[in-house]
Design a protein around this ligand. Sequence first.
Ligand code: 7RM
Length: 632
Amino acid sequence: MSMQIRTFEEYKAVYQRSVEDPEGFWAEQAGSFNWRKPWDKVLDWNFRDLDVKWFIGGKLNITENCLDRHLAERGDQTAIIFEPNDPNGETTTYTYRQLYEEVCKTANALHAMGVRKGDRICFYMPMIPQLAIGVLACARIGAIHSVVFAGFSASSLSDRIKDASCKMVICSDYNRRGAKNIPVKAIVDEAVAMGCDSVETVFVHQNTGEAINWVEGRDKWWHEQVDHQQPECPAEEMDSEDMLFILYTSGSTGKPKGVVHSCGGYMVYTCYSFANVFQYQPGDIYWCTADIGWITGHSYIVYGPLLAGATTVMFEGVPTYPDAGRFWQIVEKLKVNQFYTAPTAIRALMAFGDDPVNKYDLSSIKLLGTVGEPINEEAWEWYHKVVGKEKCPIVDTWWQTETGGIMISGLGGLSPMKPSFAGYPLPGIQPCLLDGNGKEIDGNNVEGVLCMKYPWPSMIRTTYGDHERCRQTYFSSYDNMYFTGDGARRDENGMYRIIGRIDDVINVSGHRMGTAEVENAINEHPKVVESAVVGYPHDIKGQGIYAYVITLEPVNDLEGFRKELLAVVTREIGPIAKPDKIQVVSGLPKTRSGKIMRRILRKVASGETDSLGDISTLLNPEVVEEIKDGAL
Ligand code: 7RM
């Protein structure tokens, strides 16, 4: 791949160049794609008013670059390998030509059902090829996809459908997950019934074939609409800055934000970062275990790999079904060369010991990757020794839904590695650390708030329907900077270690969540007066959820109440947001201005009750003793 850096020396030179001449550098990268019309200007940017544009005036369709562009050279090469939930099920593959044809047929079907450029289409699907096909079909005709992770509740799904006024929801009948089948069409029906007036069509892919409820006129079967379509579909000409997709993510306020990515910059950056971080070589089999419901799945299962002409694996199931060897069995079977997963999965599998790993031949693996949360040294060492047999580089990739692509990471096999350090910025990425006063901290061996001082092509453009909120959230904390929400340290060699969120966002099993979101859900219980949610260190999940709850009346049946709260949270958000610990308290520590002192709650939840610091300024210091005594 022409854009691939092959030595660390080269990385340093390319990085230097990318900072000195960012526009020249990115113009060169963008040059390897098919543009209907080249851009007039590489970049215009203004962080203060939040106005960032890349490849201005350029016209393209990202699916022509994911699919059409590859047909001549690798039409018969495998694009997607699908590994089903059931280990005895059949592994299926799509060549680039087959994928192209399926995407075209699906795009034609969407068009026939009235979907047009700019329409928002919501996906609530399992990890099956039709999800990738559907997403690409939207991009083909210029419709904007909004994929919602299928673990979210009907209520969360409904909020997301409404926020983007989606015209269509695409789902399956049932999802397979381990030993269970989940009735997702029923969840979609429930969500749409909660006031989603914009939804004209529910488009259903028959996955398990079990019975579902059917709304005549509104509901349409995938196979009935797609199968007879022509396998060619002209691609809509998109402007570089036209919206490609919306993806909801949690922040410190209660309401998730619809992060917006645009066509041109996202295309260039996801391909460039994929090629360099994973050092993908022609013929390699690449597997990212994420769900397409998260940004990792968008950028590094679908777009990045397909843009680069890679073979990408999609796995429908879960890491522990039928047993803890499932990942390694798949690696052996498919001869996976690059394996990319989350620290929480590594820790969960580590708990089963080395045997489930050692049962399989993992000699195909050339590179291991992690993403989603800080990786602790113990998990890093286990991954390196037991999975990688000490011969595979590990790339610890730091990035965010908002960044669209990997920002700080080693380039596989080229960069120095240090456990729990993400490492160096990718070319074109200009991170910096700020102190409490917003002043940049120079030099090494320092710690501060992680910001970006220069734009990059795949950065967030806006939050859907609320540009000011986007500006406020990311561009107003520090002047002329993109604020990540993470704290980081830079070591003596300039390598970055991400410490974790400094805002009220927690990271539970790699799932990003706002503590306010969980509090809002808990507060829906009629007996709850107020609640406060914090994260605490958890061996497997990274962070666990600790909820302090004030109730209307004393609770007699604590276990029953706990179960009710878990049910409320599951109903409002989904099972991923269920608190691990719930402590009923009579009050919460508050400052004189009425703000909850979360610092104290975090300390108690982490068992660090000896170092609570000064509590004399509290409105109600007496409550701290009670909270400490009742700590779980
Ligand atoms: C890709 C993704 C973003 C937040 C981010 C961090 C944390 C992600 C790492 C990491 C330490 C990493 N997008 N995070 N990767 N922390 N090391 N390699 O996860 O929007 O869902 O989450 O995740 O706090 O701000 S996300």
